[in-house]
Design a protein around this ligand. Structure first.
Ligand code: ATP
Length: 352
C-alpha cells in the first residue's frame, strides 16, 4: 500500500536540501519499488509574511488521519523577528503530534570526516535518544520586575513519570531490536536532584526488563568529555530534551559537521516528522552550496521508519560512496554544488 509523506521544505537552505533528498527518494523508489506519495506544503516565512498563516488550521488532524510521515527542511527567517512561524510549524508539530522521541544517530561515514585523530568508523557509531516534549522546552516560568535591577527570571524543567518512562523504554526497545549492547543514561542528577533523580529511578527500574542489555550512567559534563575521548564506548544514549540537543551537536561535530546530521521526531507507530539537524544557514541560502547529505540521510531514516529498510541502506551506502569519491560540497572540502552532490548520490542509488 502506498505510504503518504508530507514534504515541508521551509526556509533558507531547506528547499534546496529537501529538493535533493526528494530526488534521492525518487531514485530509491524506482530501484526498490518504494511506493510513496509525496505532497508538498509551502509553509514557511514567505507564506507567513504574505498571508499571516503559519501552521494552517486542521494541519495536525490532516497529518494524523491521512499521512504516514513528514519530511521537513528548516524554518527561520531574518525578516520574522520572533520566528513565530518556525515556532508554530516545527514545535507545533512536535508537540501536537506528541513526537516524544528525537532520534539522532552519531555515525561516522568516512574516517576523513572526523576531527578526532586516529578514530575510525567502528569507533564512532551510536544513537542519541533525546526526549522531545518535556524538560526545559515546555516554556513554564516567568519574569518579575522586568528590566529593573531586581529582575527575577524563573524557567522550569518539567519531567513527568509518563514522559520519562516512554523515552527510556523507546531507547531500550531500540537497543534490543538493533542488537546494541549498552544503553547509557545521561543526566545531571547531582545538581537537578528532583527532576533528574526521576530519570535515574525510572531508568534502572525499566532496565530490569532488558537483562541482556548493559546499562551505564554518566553526568552530562563527563559525557561531553567522554564522547570526545572514548567515542567507542557508546551504543544507545538516552537523555532529556536540552542535554540531547547539546550532545547531538557535539555528535555532529565528531562525524563531519551539521551538514551531514539526520534526525527523526518520532512517536512509534504514528505519523512522525523527519528533519536534518541543521537550521536554515541563511548565509548559504539560495547559492546552491549547502550540503544535501543531512537531508538525504534524514530521508533514509524516514524510509526505514516506513518499512523500506533496503532502500534506506542503499541510500546510506550511496552517501558513503559519494563521500569516498570526493563527490561532495565545499563544507566537506569538495567542489560540487548542492544539486551536483544530490545527483552523485541519486545516481549511486540507481546503479547500486
Ligand atoms: P538557524 O537559525 O535556522 O538554526 P543557523 O545558521 O543559526 O540557522 P544552522 O543552519 O544550523 O544554524 O547552521 C550553522 C552553520 O553550520 C551554518 O552557518 C553553516 O556554516 C553550517 N551548515 C549548516 N547546515 C549546513 C549544510 N547543509 N551545508 C553546509 N553547511 C551547513
Amino acid at each position: 500500500m502506498k505510504k503518504r509523506v508530507g514534504v515541508i521544505p521551509g526556509d533558507g537552505i531547506g528547499p534546496e536540501v529537501i529538493g535533493e533528498a526528494v530526488k534521492v527518494i525518487e531514485a530509491a523508489s524506482q530501484a526498490f519499488g518504494v511506493e510513496l506519495e509525496l505532497t508538498r506544503f509551502d509553509w514557511g516565512a514567505e507564506k507567513y509574511l504574505r498571508e499571516g498563516i503559519t501552521l494552517p488550521d486542521g494541519a495536525v488532524e490532516m497529518f494524523q488521519k491521512e499521512y504516514d510521515a513528514i519530511l521537513a527542511g528548516a524554518f527561520g527567517d531574518p525578516r520574522v523577528k520572533d520566528n513565530k512561524h518556525a515556532h508554530d510549524i516545527l514545535l507545533g508539530l512536535r508537540f501536537r503530534l506528541d513526537l516524544y522521541v528525537n532520534l539522532r544517530p552519531v555515525k561516522l561515514l568516512d574516517e576523513k570526516l572526523t576531527p578526532l585523530k586516529g578514530r575510525t568508523m567502528t569507533d564512532i557509531d551510536f544513537v542519541i535518544f533525546r526526549e522531545n516534549t518535556e524538560g526545559a522546552y515546555v516554556n513554564v516560568g516567568g519574569v518579575f520586575k522586568t528590566g529593573t535591577k531586581d529582575e527575577i527570571a524563573v524557567q522550569e524543567e518539567i519531567h513527568t513519570r509518563h514522559g520519562v518512562e516512554r523515552i527510556i523504554r523507546a531507547a531500550f526497545d531500540y537497543a534490543r531490536e538493533h542488537k546494541r549492547k549498552r544503553v547509557t543514561l545521561v543526566d545531571k542528577a547531582n545538581v537537578m536532584r528532583y527532576g533528574h533523580d526521576l530519570w535515574q529511578r525510572t531508568f534502572f527500574e525499566l532496565a530490569q526488563g532488558y537483562p541482556e542489555i548493559e546499562v551505564s550512567h554518566q553526568f552530562v559534563d563527563s559525557m561531553a568529555l567522554l564522547m570526545v575521548l572514548n567515542p567507542d564506548q557508546w551504543d544507545v544514549v538516552v537523555t532529556n530534551n536540552m542535554f540531547g540537543d547539546i550532545l547531538s551537536d557535539l555528535g555532529a561535530a565528531l562525524t563531519g559537521g551539521l551538514g551531514l546530521a539526520p534526525s527523526g521526531n518520532i512517536h512509534p507507530g504514528r505519523v512522525s516528522l523527519f528533519e536534518p539537524v541543521h537550521g536554515t544557514a541563511p548565509a548559504l541560502a539560495g547559492k546552491n552550496v549547502a550540503n544535501p547529505i543531512g537531508a538525504t540521510l534524514t530521508a533514509a531514516m524516514m524510509l526505514e521508519y516506513l518499512g523500506y529498510r533496503q532502500a534506506a541502506l542503499a541510500i546510506e551506502a550511496a552517501v558513503v560512496s559519494a563521500i569516498h569519491a570526493g563527490a561532495v560540497t565545499q563544507d566537506l572540502r569538495g567542489s560540487l554544488s548542492t544539486t551536483e552532490a544530490g545527483d552523485a548520490i541519486a545516481v549511486r542509488v540507481r546503479d547500486r
